[in-house]
Ligand binder design. Structure first.
Ligand SMILES: [Zn+2]
Length: 385
């Protein structure tokens, strides 16, 4: 081991002394164009959230979908980083605390939806944390949330609502019509129709009436969502749907605002049901690819990340063999083993467009919020009520 007085630490070779100024000048020349790229603002942000879409899931999805690792579109995006996802008071996050960190820049407790960490889940409120969607509303942008799970669930809810527990579905969806900034989220499109209608009915809320009074048109099938002559939509479904046409129409609607938009698209890829989870991961990857091809990457930041990883491990297998084990497979010899739990290791962040160069290295999940804010050119003012 070298000691501080070890002479080998000291002598500076002539080459180094000469190289240093040359490298300094070279790096200054290189820094200037990078700084200019960083100053490029995003007019629009599309945040893709792969729920439980950790790196092990993306790896297995690539083999499942394309027969080899590294074949997803997400694997081709040059600007990537790793997001540390732990919440306050635990190492492993749920979707509520995970998404809260991503959209507010502050970590909170599991089960808490965009409230500060002094919330007691299910018992008492913390302070509402201002979300990137609320900043976008405040700045006059159009906003939307899309998901293949319930629109009252933690991930979409953390964008537009604040609650001390993710299970307070009626309280959460009531906040669509009671925004704190702007005129509130403009597009809410996704699953959970029956659950949301049942929860609001039980709570005595006139969900449809409150939304209609605020200028929303309600739909119950994906194909009803219009691309034109619409601005404010709440579309809730129960059956699974193809995200591609829905996301395309949402981007058309949101793009009509000359100030820009914020859109969050969540795709659930929990692999506790392996086939379903990997199919969803491949579907979301295709969605990200098609969206990246269709948008103007000069003015739109597209960022993919996951709220947390999942207990999936590739333990074996080889080219030409499916990763989904046959029903009668020997459990000791399956290529992919899945558990039922979220896991705590870092997840991928991958980004394209203005601001995407800030996505590099390890970072806490809270930094994603700041990357989005900086890309829009906004400074956080969380004290605004
Ligand atoms: Zn999740």
């Amino acid at each position: 081991m070298r000691q501080p007085d070890d002479p080998r630490c000291y002598p500076e070779p002539v080459v180094t002394r000469l190289l240093f100024p040359i490298l300094a000048i070279l790096s200054m020349a290189l820094v200037i164009p990078v700084a200019t790229a960083k100053d490029r603002k995003a007019k629009n942000v599309i945040l893709f959230l792969g729920d439980a879409g950790g790196i092990p899931t993306l790896h297995a999805a690539s083999i499942h979908g394309y027969g080899a690792p590294g074949k997803l579109f997400l694997h081709q995006i040059p600007n990537i980083g790793l997001s540390e996802t732990s919440p306050v008071g635990a190492w492993v996050t749920d979707s509520a605390a995970g998404m809260t960190a991503i959209v507010t820049g502050q970590k909170t407790r599991n089960n808490v939806v965009s409230q500060s960490a002094d919330a007691v889940p299910g018992k008492s409120d913390g302070a509402p944390l201002k979300t990137i969607l609320e900043y976008a509303e405040e700045h006059g942008l159009s906003t939307g949330v899309i998901s293949n799970t319930s629109m009252a669930d933690a991930t979409p809810a953390a964008c537009y609502a604040h609650a001390n527990h993710r299970r307070k579905f009626a309280e959460i969806v009531a906040q669509i019509a009671k925004p704190r900034f702007g005129d509130g989220v403009d597009l809410v499109i996704g699953g959970g129709r029956k659950g949301i209608l049942d929860a609001t009915k039980e709570a005595g809320h006139d969900f449809a009436g409150a939304l209609t009074a605020k200028g929303y048109t309600l739909y119950d099938r994906p194909e009803q969502v219009p691309a034109s002559n619409a601005r404010r939509i709440v579309a809730l479904f129960d059956a699974p749907y193809d995200p591609q046409p829905v996301v395309e129409k949402a981007i058309q609607i949101l793009s009509r605002n000359p100030k820009g938009f914020f859109l969050m698209v969540e795709w659930d890829m929990h692999t506790d049901k392996l086939q379903r989870g990997l199919d969803q991961a491949v579907a979301m990857d295709k969605l990200v690819r098609k969206t990246a091809e269709s948008i103007n990457q000069k003015d739109t930041l597209l960022l993919f990340t996951a709220d947390h990883s999942f207990d999936l491990r590739t333990l074996g297998g080889k080219p030409g063999e499916p990763v989904i084990p046959a029903a009668d497979a020997d459990p000791a010899r399956v290529p992919v083993r899945v558990g039922t739990l979220h896991t705590g290791e870092e997840v991928l962040i991958a980004a394209l467009g203005p601001g995407s160069e800030r996505v590099k290295g390890y970072m806490p999940n809270t930094k994603i919020f700041h990357i989005l804010m900086q890309s829009y050119g906004w400074k956080p003012n969380p004290s605004t009520p």
